[in-house]
Write a protein that binds this ligand. Structure first.
Ligand code: ATP
Ligand code: MG
Length: 237
């Protein structure tokens, strides 16, 4: 069964068409990648699906529920969460306080202490609980943001450039963590780092100038002529 199902999604900002009649779906258990040039509408897609921005047109279904018009909290409650391209944590609060805040959204549903301890250990955050989030490294902040969504026990987590800004060794470590994440929930991942897409994605959607131009397995997509000419070629030039 389709977990996420998007049809005819369109959004303009002033005169700029950020998305034009985009359709896409993911199935439970799948890791779906999304790639495309800067400004091609990837973040806008996540912003709309996750309830942060309202579309001009188009239908959205998640886990069999019509989610058009639902806000991020309502979506988190039914198992749809996202992280941000520019990591968002409360810098002046401690790691522990950030996690406590994230758990408040649950209204007491969800993780018990043992499950939380296991997550903290897995994401190697157990030793920074008393530090302010703003003093953590970017990699630690990205792991904290991930944990803040995982306490909500999502069915689908949408990751907007999870390795953005990370050093090469950190990218490798994050890929390792995201491979393990696959066992917990379905994943939607936007990336410019093709290593992430190659190693994680079961299928990839490509957006160019707001339009979906390809959808298929990574090995096929990464040699698609239009994708190479209009995105990968330029990226690697
Ligand atoms: N809130 C907004 N107001 C005005 N224009 C916006 C807004 N959000 C996005 N846009 C525009 O919509 C287009 C798509 O932007 P979007 O951020 O979705 O691209 P992207 O594919 O995520 O790019 P990148 O790879 O650089 O993150 C761009 O032209 C952008 O300037
Ligand atoms: Mg973006």
């Amino acid at each position: 069964m389709k977990l996420l199902d998007v049809n005819g999604l369109s959004k303009s900002f002033g005169g700029v068409a950020a998305l034009r009649l985009v359709e896409g779906y993911s199935v439970a258990g799948e890791t779906l990648g999304m790639i495309g040039p800067n400004g091609s509408g990837k973040t806008t897609f996540v912003n709309i699906v996750s309830g942060h921005v309202r579309q001009d047109m188009g239908s959205l279904t998640f886990d069999g529920i019509d989610i058009k018009g639902k806000n991020p909290h309502q979506l988190a409650a039914i198992g749809l969460c996202r992280t941000y391209q520019a990591v968002r944590v409360f810098s002046s609060l401690s790691t522990q306080q950030n996690i406590d805040n994230a758990r408040l959204l649950l209204n007491d549903r969800g993780l018990d202490q043992a499950e939380l301890s296991e997550l903290l250990e897995w994401l190697k955050l157990d030793h920074v609980l008393s530090k302010s989030a703003g003093s953590l490294t970017l990699f630690e902040q990205r792991r904290l943001e991930l944990l803040m969504r995982l306490v909500l026990k999502p069915k689908l987590i949408m990751l907007d450039e999870p390795v953005g800004g990370l050093a090469v060794t950190e990218v490798i470590e994050m890929i390792h963590l995201l491979k393990q994440l696959k066992a917990r929930c379905s994943i939607f991942v936007i990336e410019h780092t093709m290593r992430v897409i190659k190693e994680l994605a079961d299928r990839v959607m490509v957006l160019i100038a707001g339009e979906k131009v390809a959808d298929g397995p990574p090995f096929e997509i990464l040699k698609n002529k239009r994708v190479v000419d209009e995105y990968l070629g330029a990226q690697h030039a």
